[in-house]
Design a protein around this ligand. Structure first.
Ligand code: KG4
Ligand code: ZN
Length: 345
């Protein structure tokens, strides 16, 4: 069958895509139904591993073991949420990278096995495409080119999206990821892990101008990010005994300011108005508000799809499944390091 007729036939069918993400410390299984070419999230089952809290960060071997122990039950949850059975699934997708290699391997192998057993195609997906699609799928008419800012525990990347699946790297962090900085500053303040929600909560009671912190990469011509200077300044402030709520608010203010201002400069330079913001840090209220007031047209995922989850991986696979791509990525391997674009930056 030629690809055009495949595409037409799959537009008419109802597809049920199962998506799996085990890239870090969340075991996620989601189910997306595609009807008349329109995707809808039916299920988003998630186990956020609590065991890492005692370490103040993610322990890779412990994460892999927990994925193995939990994934059956999370799959079951997803099927119950969606009200379908395993035999209804028409394709399986799983994250192949980037992430913790042992953790990725669990979901990838599980997904392949499931697809083999069901006799359906298997798609190996890029984690960042999942984050981006979690926001884009809500806005099917988003014009191209648009910007995509991915801000999570492992990534801070700004892409120009020229066409579906065609990314150009515009800027990236030169040191820590934004979420990583939230986690580290939370740890300094004894607020626990993950740090983002804890800092955000503490910041509500603090003064964002209460502690003087540096503005990163001031005056740069590029569109990069850097959070290690702010982080060091926070450590010195903690040692000096500043008010923790003021510090949380001031830290959050500087990070948000840097993300919004850099994205704004890039948008202006490239003549782009629309920006998609996704990844765990996109859950941050101050960030959402600042983008709302930035003059840019910003698009965020629904709240439950900000941090890692399986539904976003199913959403990222919709295009492949709709094209009726019959090939399956059986050969794909888990990749800890997997840039979305191979651009020299
Ligand atoms: O996307 P994600 O679940 O995992 C990665 O792919 O890295 O992102 C997790 C990160 C953590 O660093 C966490 O602290 C941060 O997202 N995060 C937040 C908020 N909720 C989660 N950061 C700031 N504000 C939040 N409300
Ligand atoms: Zn992520």
């Amino acid at each position: 069958m030629d690809p055009a007729s495949l595409s037409l036939s799959s537009q008419k069918e109802v597809l049920y895509i199962l998506g799996i993400d085990t890239s870090c410390d969340d075991t996620g299984v989601g189910i997306v139904r595609v009807q008349n070419g329109v995707p809808e999230v039916l299920a988003n089952a998630l186990w956020s591993q609590k065991v890492h809290r005692q370490y103040g960060g993610v322990m890779p071997e412990v994460a892999s073991r927990e994925h193995v122990e939990r994934i059956d039950a999370i799959l079951e949850d997803a099927l119950v949420q969606a009200g379908i059975s395993l035999s209804d699934i028409t394709a399986v997708a799983a994250t192949r990278g980037p992430g913790l290699v042992g953790a990725l391997l669990v979901g990838l192998t599980y997904g392949k096995g499931l697809a083999q057993g069901l006799g359906v195609p298997f798609y190996a997906m890029h984690h960042l495409e999942g984050h981006i699609q979690a926001a884009v799928s809500e806005h099917p008419d988003l014009p191209f080119p648009h910007l995509a800012l991915v801000v999570s525990g492992g990534h801070t990347h700004l892409f120009k999206v020229n066409a579906p699946g065609q990314y150009e790297l515009v800027g990236a962090t030169r040191d820590d990821a934004a979420g990583e900085a939230f986690d580290k500053v939370a740890r300094m303040l004894g607020l626990g892990y993950p740090g983002g929600p804890a800092i955000s909560k503490a910041a509500e009671r603090g003064d964002p101008r209460g502690v003087e912190l540096p503005r990163p990469l001031l005056g740069q011509k590029a569109f990069d990010f850097s959070f290690s200077g702010i982080k060091t300044a926070c450590l010195l402030a903690v040692k000096a005994g500043v008010n923790p709520e003021n510090l949380a608010a001031s830290f959050q203010f500087r990070v948000v300011e840097s993300l919004v201002q850099t994205t704004k400069r890039a948008a202006k330079a490239l003549g782009i108005r629309h920006v998609v913001v996704s990844g765990g840090v996109a859950a941050n209220r101050a960030l959402r508000e600042a983008f709302g007031q930035s003059g840019l047209r910003s698009h965020f995922p629904p709240m439950h799809l900000n941090t890692d989850n399986g539904a976003m991986i199913a959403l990222a696979a919709v295009k492949k499944a709709l094209k009726g791509e019959q090939h399956s990525d059986w050969e794909s391997e888990a990749e800890a390091y997997l840039p979305l674009v191979q651009a020299a930056h």
